[in-house]
Write a protein that binds this ligand. Structure first.
Ligand SMILES: [Fe+2]
Length: 123
């Protein structure tokens, strides 16, 4: 992976992006895929469980980065992070059929449940 050119981002930018994309975005991905795995058939379910574990680890890593940036940057950074809202989310309008669910598709109900879980964890 190439190293980006230029100076590192300011701490508030790092923390806000880490919260939005990492803690909330990766956390939402993990919650959706974990739920889809619970409804899918093997071997799809096993692959989805592995993806969910990866996404959850990405979210935990982001949370550590955000916590560090908040500690290093102080109140200004903590306020910026507190203002971050969960990523935009548009559930698929139709429910997933039984065959699609068995093959790992997360329907609107699964996505809505996952979003609620992430919102509660954030509160
Ligand atoms: Fe990820």
């Amino acid at each position: 992976m190439p190293v980006p050119d230029g100076p590192p981002p300011p701490l508030d930018v790092l923390a806000v992006e880490g919260q939005r994309e990492g803690v909330l975005g990766e956390g939402l991905a993990a919650a959706i895929v974990r739920r889809a795995a619970g409804r899918a058939r093997e071997p799809v379910a096993g692959h989805l469980r592995a993806i969910a574990r990866d996404e959850a680890e990405h979210a935990r890593f982001a949370a550590r980065v955000v916590a560090w940036a908040e500690g290093a940057g102080g109140e200004r950074v903590r306020r910026a992070v507190a203002a971050v809202r969960p990523p935009a989310f548009a559930p698929r309008p139709e429910p997933a059929g039984a065959l699609a669910v068995a093959w790992g598709r997360a329907g609107a109900d699964v996505q809505a449940d996952a979003r609620a879980e992430v919102a509660v964890r954030r509160a």
